[in-house]
Design a protein around this ligand. Structure first.
Ligand code: NDP
Length: 386
């Protein structure tokens, strides 16, 4: 494999750290161009000193002097603020990990796409809130988008892009999260600590809460719609608590192709990092004999209304997915800050969707305006529920 130059957007997060873990094991194959974080300046300094990128960027401009001081004596350029993040995403590079969480990742991910890089896409929210625009930019720039979300990575591996007419549907598997078997009543007093403790995956706080509400699967339905040539009605969700079958494609002849593996993001990240080759990873070998059983069940739409909300937004299209995503981000962080009850997360999303008139979204500026407006509305609704 020839050396690849690499930028990691969101290097201090769960995806970023896993990506760096794989790179650390294969240092001779990669040149680090940029590492970025939001506020976690100490981790960023530590990573930068180890991986020696050309640039280290902290999005919170107030942390610039700390970063600069921490990088003293190195040749690494310390940068800070939203514009610096964009500038670093514009730096020519072969491969970019889009590992920032939330719609905050949209602008830098777009810049990485616009320079025609191969982009490992973990940041699903950017496809949820601006999928059509992002995919247009991918086509325009001739960029390559490789899904890193484990479900989409699984589908990418088994989807026959040459014969799309043969595909009947895709089946996204969901672990069901930590509250799979709890009644609605039992969910009322769930704490942030319980919600972030995912049974199978070790992930950042926001996606962990999304997994607990099943909104993560809802966002993934919208993400899948943009990544693969399918219609909304061809997307199904199946709860599979072991998280071994990462997703499936069903063909019209009755064949169902699945991608399987131990639940460790380094398989999907490694796939995207080495693509079109494969790389060795330290992921535990899948031992089906020890696992013994794989279970599947239909999701419960009553206990987990997020799936209904996301499917509704997907089918409606236009402004609905952008509103859904923005309201969900506000509600999730409200829950993490203990300003909102777990069951009210979906209530904020549903009420925000109901109170903003659906409209045509014809440009990225429209997306940003709508995102802002939806966040304001969701904050107002959140306050009434507090
Ligand atoms: P984390 O919260 O662990 O990390 C997020 C990263 O983004 C951190 O580096 C964080 O910096 C940075 N960041 C956060 N907010 C901003 C901002 N406003 N501006 C710039 N940078 C910011 O998230 P995950 O790694 O869990 O998830 C990242 C993305 O990948 C999400 O979209 C998630 O849905 C997706 N994903 C994650 C999976 C996982 O296993 N974790 C699996 C599949 C998809 P700082 O550390 O300073 O806060």
């Amino acid at each position: 494999m020839s050396r690849k130059s690499v930028t990691i957007l969101g290097s201090t997060g769960s995806i970023g750290v896993n990506t760096l873990d794989l790179i650390a094991r294969n240092k001779a194959d990669y040149d680090m161009v940029a590492l970025t974080a939001n506020k976690n300046v100490d981790s960023l300094i530590k990573q930068a000193r180890e991986f020696k990128p050309e640039m280290a960027v902290i999005a919170d401009a107030g942390l610039y002097s700390q970063l600069k001081e921490g990088l003293e004596g190195t040749n690494i350029q310390a940068m800070a603020g939203a514009d610096a993040l964009i500038e670093c995403a514009q730096a020519p590079v072969d491969w970019v990990m889009a590992g920032i969480v939330g719609a905050a990742g949209l602008k830098p991910t777009l810049e990485a796409i616009r320079q025609g890089a191969t982009v490992g896409l973990a940041n699903k929210e950017c496809l949820v809130c601006a999928g059509e625009f992002v995919m247009k930019e991918v086509a325009k720039a001739g960029a390559t988008l490789l899904p890193v979300d484990s479900e989409h990575n699984a589908i990418f591996q088994v989807f026959d892009f040459e014969k799309t007419k043969g595909v009947r549907k895709i089946i996204l598997t969901a672990s069901g999260g930590p509250f799979r078997t709890r009644s609605r009543e039992e969910m009322a007093d769930i704490t942030p600590a319980e919600a972030v403790a995912h049974p199978n995956w070790d992930m950042g706080a926001k996606i962990s809460v999304d997994s607990a509400t099943l909104m993560n699967k809802g966002l993934e339905m919208i993400e899948a719609y943009h990544l693969f040539p399918i219609t909304p009605s061809q997307i199904e969700v199946l709860v599979h608590r072991q998280s071994v079958v990462h997703s499936m494609v069903e063909y019209i002849d009755g064949s169902v192709l699945a991608q399987m593996g131990s639940p460790d993001m380094r398989t999907a990240i490694g796939y995207a990092l080495a693509w079109p080759e494969r790389m060795e990873t330290p992921v535990e070998v899948l031992d089906l004999a020890t696992i013994g059983q794989l279970n599947f069940e239909a999701p419960d739409p009553v206990r987990f209304p997020a799936l209904r909300l996301a499917r509704g937004a997907l089918e409606e299209g236009g402004s609905a997915p952008t509103i859904l995503n923005a309201a969900n981000e506000i509600a999730v962080y409200g829950f993490l800050d203990k300003r909102l009850k777990f069951l009210d997360i979906c209530r904020v999303v549903e009420e925000t969707l109901g109170s903003i008139k659906s409209r045509e979204v014809t440009s990225l500026e429209d997306v940003f305006d709508l995102d802002r407006e939806s966040r304001q509305k969701a904050q107002e609704i959140l306050k009434t529920l507090h």
